[in-house]
Design a binder for this molecule. Structure first.
Ligand code: COA
Length: 178
């Protein structure tokens, strides 16, 4: 079970009930959710929390709750998960992230994701990992690039959960191999 990781500034850990409220706030923040189809209601945020915990139980790894060590504060999630939709690049393991707005721009996503990716390769023995977002999410793409992930336009895809014509339907795919 890959359920805790420490970096110089972050604790990546399993989810606690006390994370529910701050996670609801993150998921209701229009700035954080700019490239998502919608801001989440508290109920939808809790469902995402529950899915993250279930992922650990089912697969032995998952999207970590992220704690900023200096403040002992829950600030979002970073980690590996198996996408729950079908796409040309599936089956695959994805790396993803979502942090509270106040913590952006300090290299925290890159720091946490680098640790999660390293464990994915070294402990879980994954052969490759993907990441995806909409073309305009340059912050997220910069994190992917900082991790050494590469983008091949022939991998780009339409997200099957979004209807045709939806402005967020097109996605860029990044890959990295062990
Ligand atoms: C994506 C996200 C996790 C990045 O977190 P972060 O801790 O600020 O990321 P980092 O500081 O490690 O790196 C951000 C990079 O983006 C760059 N960046 C910041 N604003 C940018 C912009 N407007 N355009 C391009 N690059 C930008 C930063 O310079 C940095 O790159 P650098 O390290 O080369 O300087 C955070 O912005 C977030 O939670 N966004 C909302 C959720 C989201 O979009 N998740 C991904 C969905 S697939």
């Amino acid at each position: 079970m890959l359920d805790t990781l420490k970096t110089p500034r972050l604790l990546l850990r399993r989810w606690r009930d006390s994370d529910r409220l701050p996670f609801q706030k993150i998921n209701a923040d229009a700035r954080v959710m700019e490239f998502m189809p919608e801001q989440l209601t508290p109920e939808a945020s809790d469902e995402l929390f529950d899915r993250a915990e279930s992922h650990f139980i089912q697969h032995g790894f998952g999207p970590f709750a992220v704690e900023y060590l200096e403040q002992n504060a829950f600030i979002g999630f970073i980690g590996l998960s198996i996408p729950n939709f079908d796409a040309p690049f599936m089956p695959a393991v994805e790396i993803g992230w979502r942090l509270a707005f106040d913590y952006w721009g300090r290299g925290l996503a890159t720091e946490g994701a680098r640790a999660a990716l390293g464990c994915g390769f070294e402990e879980l023995k994954l052969k490759s990992v993907v990441s995806f977002t909409v073309p305009g999410n340059f912050r997220s793409r910069r994190v992917m690039e900082a991790l050494g992930m590469t983008h091949d336009a022939s991998d780009d895809f339409d997200h099957p959960r979004l209807p045709e014509g939806h402005p967020l339907r097109r996605h860029v795919l990044y890959r990295i191999s062990r």
